[in-house]
Design a protein around this ligand. Structure first.
Ligand code: SF4
Ligand code: SF4
Length: 307
């Protein structure tokens, strides 16, 4: 009897293994495949039932047109992960005095270089600006939205999305100050620095030239949110609990099925309101992993058809 029992015990795992050879696999080759039949619906608060509507708890979607800037989501998160920070939108304007503007139109290298340094501070890539003085109607200055004549000079507005931060001084330290330090190394002098929570103004001069950089709080035009105050979310901290969604009295926050949020720097995990307001892109399944052999490739294509 004991021999029979031992044989049975030996054969059972083999039988179990063989049986699974013919079953549909539960592993998927991400990112070439997605979990089949996963609903695209995100977790959201259902005001009718007063409870959360079940759905995926991926990154949030912010409806800026509904958000009043009340800060309930921030308050709720404070005892959980402190992932939400209420932030204002800021605009950056560069003001060149008449001398500076004329020198810039004449492609004077030190002025072009100075503007390049300032513009580069907003992007990882060099802005590589050029100004073609022969065709003065055509700006080829990367990053410029409009140029307006103002008292004593010209105002250059950058075509940036609003920069979201808690205070103007944060924008100064993170974006402008590195540029100021680089300019000081090339002979520019920091003549004035005025800092308030609403705006920050920096004045630089060199010989007869003066450049002003102004960071100012903007009104994004939402009547119900005059302060243009919106939540930013740090996904390095967020635990995807969804309580901020429950706490929002205006259903301005939802969650989505976008869960692939990995980044190579801590800073990239901080989603500004404009990033949160973008709907996740549809996942496009294309290609097959290069390491698969012919049979595996065929199986993968077949799985895509039947899922
Ligand atoms: S889902 Fe994230 S942001 Fe919202 S309350 Fe939970 S931890 Fe905070
Ligand atoms: S998302 Fe909702 S809770 Fe958060 S600030 Fe906007 S309206 Fe208030």
């Amino acid at each position: 009897m004991s021999i029979l029992r031992d044989v049975k015990r030996t054969l059972m795992p083999i039988y179990s293994g063989l049986k699974h050879v013919f079953l549909k696999p539960y592993t998927i080759k991400w990112p070439y495949e997605r979990v089949p039949n996963l609903s695209d619906e995100g977790y959201r608060f259902d005001p009718k039932t007063g409870i959360g509507y079940p759905g995926n708890k991926g990154r949030h979607l912010l409806y800026m047109e509904k958000c009043t800037g009340c800060g309930s989501c921030d308050l709720t998160c404070q005892n959980i992960a402190e992932a939400i920070t209420m932030t204002y939108g800021f605009d950056v304007v560069i003001i060149l005095d008449e001398n500076c503007y004329e020198a810039f139109k004449g492609s004077k290298p030190e002025i072009v270089k100075a503007l390049d340094v300032i513009l580069s501070s907003f992007s990882a890539e060099p802005s590589n600006i050029q100004y073609n003085s022969l065709s003065s109607f055509f700006w080829t200055l990367t990053g410029v939205k409009q140029v307006t004549k103002v008292d004593g000079g010209y105002e250059i507005k950058l075509s940036l999305e609003p920069i979201f931060d808690v205070r103007a001084v944060e924008v100064l330290y993170q974006k402008i100050y590195p540029a100021v330090e680089r300019l000081k190394a090339t002979g520019w002098e920091l003549r004035k620095l005025e800092v308030t929570t609403e705006s920050t103004s920096v004045e630089l001069s060199k010989q007869d030239f003066t450049i002003n950089i102004l960071i100012r709080k903007i009104d994004m035009g939402y009547k119900h949110n005059r302060r243009s105050l919106f939540p930013s979310i740090d996904y390095g901290r967020c635990v995807m609990c969804g309580l901020c969604v429950d706490a929002c009295p205006f259903q301005a926050l939802e969650m989505t099925s976008e869960f692939e949020l990995s980044a190579i720097s801590r800073r990239e995990l901080i989603y500004t309101p404009t990033m949160l307001a973008k709907r996740p892109e549809e996942f496009n399944i294309t290609g097959v992993p290069p390491e698969l052999n012919v049979i595996e490739r065929m199986r993968m294509v077949f799985r895509r058809i039947i899922w």
